[in-house]
Write a protein that binds this ligand. Structure first.
Ligand code: BDR
Ligand code: CA
Length: 316
């Protein structure tokens, strides 16, 4: 399942997931983040239509944050979240069911402990899922999250967008000791760039290549001579875990309203045995074992995956 807020890099994540033989995308849920939730639903439906997958259900979830109303949508994804590119209208409008219930149903129907959730937007829907359906946590094999910044942020000097957009939800999810989490943070995803020459390859390889390439060309996030496709790295790492190196870590989110709101505070080892920083007693091994954080990636392997799998996703 993919919980997202399309979003240029979300769009490429969906393509990568649909074109990966290791993955079977059961549902796409959306949350307010890069764009309002209704626009995110429209974008997700149109993307699935482009990839010939109108059969994948799309469900809209939270329009606002858990505690605070979400901050304004960032302009980097263009006026419609897809770099200003107008994709053809989708045939289906979604079921009208709430995203959290669609996620819960997919967990009930999946093989116990075998379902992976990719969370590549603000974590509101996921926080609600874990709170409303705690009995389903055992069905989750892994929750792979794009979010957090260790070092410089991208929306404030210290905060990464997905965490900053709903820090309370992020704190709720990232400190849940009962879910195996892989966090793919900004300092790693910033290196997962695609450049003009890769876009030209994409254009040659698939009939929708120009539409997809233009979505990236309308993306305001530029780094190191290319466009970082943050979310696509999280999806790529689900299909091919060897793509990233990880380390066990403990993460806390600053949920205050000061200048460091949304900052992710990371420790690779617990400073004091028996103290977790959480407001409940957790022993060091259990808390440290359930969260792995990406610390490095193989950039060329990521680009090769992207350029092979996006064209493979386009059907019909
Ligand atoms: C994250 O924020 C969004 O703008 C992107 O889609 C990605 O999920 C990167 O900080
Ligand atoms: Ca996103």
């Amino acid at each position: 399942m993919v919980d997202c807020d399309p979003g240029v890099d979300d769009a490429f994540s969906l393509g990568l997931a649909l074109g990966s033989p290791e993955l079977d995308v059961r549902a796409v849920t959306v949350v307010a983040g890069n764009v309002p939730v209704e626009q995110a639903r429209r974008n997700a439906s149109r993307l699935l239509h482009l990839f010939g997958r109108d059969d994948v259900p799309v469900a809209a979830g939270a329009a606002r944050g858990l505690i605070r109303v979400k901050p304004p949508h960032p302009p980097v994804h263009g006026r419609n979240g897809l770099g200003g590119v107008e994709l053809p209208e989708a045939e289906t409008a979604g079921s009208g069911e709430h995203a959290v219930e669609v996620l819960a149903q997919a967990l009930r129907e999946g093989s116990p402990g075998r379902v992976t959730i990719a969370a590549i937007g603000p974590l509101t829907n996921i926080a609600l899922l874990l709170s409303l359906h705690p009995e389903l946590k055992t069905s989750i094999e892994r929750l792979v999250i794009m979010g957090g910044a260790i070092g410089t942020g991208n929306i404030t000097p210290v905060a990464e967008f997905n965490v900053w957009a709903d820090p309370e939800a992020a704190q709720r999810v990232l400190t849940d000791p009962e879910v195996a989490i892989c966090l793919v943070p900004l300092h790693v995803t910033r290196r997962a760039t695609i450049r003009q020459e890769h876009l030209r390859t994409l254009e040659r390889r698939t009939r929708h290549g120009t539409l997809l390439a233009n979505i990236v060309r309308g993306y305001g996030d530029r780094h190191d001579g290319g466009w970082p496709l943050h979310d696509a790295l999280a999806l790529a790492a689900i299909a091919d875990p060897a793509l990233i190196d990880t380390r066990s870590a403990v993460i806390e989110v600053d949920t205050g309203v000061g200048r460091s709101r949304g900052q992710t505070i990371c420790a690779f080892d617990m400073p004091i045995e028996g103290w977790s920083g959480h407001d409940f007693p957790v022993r060091k091994p259990s808390i440290a074992a359930n969260l792995k954080m990406a610390v490095d990636l193989d950039v060329e392997r990521f680009r090769t995956m992207l350029l092979d799998r996006i064209p493979a996703a386009i059907r019909g």
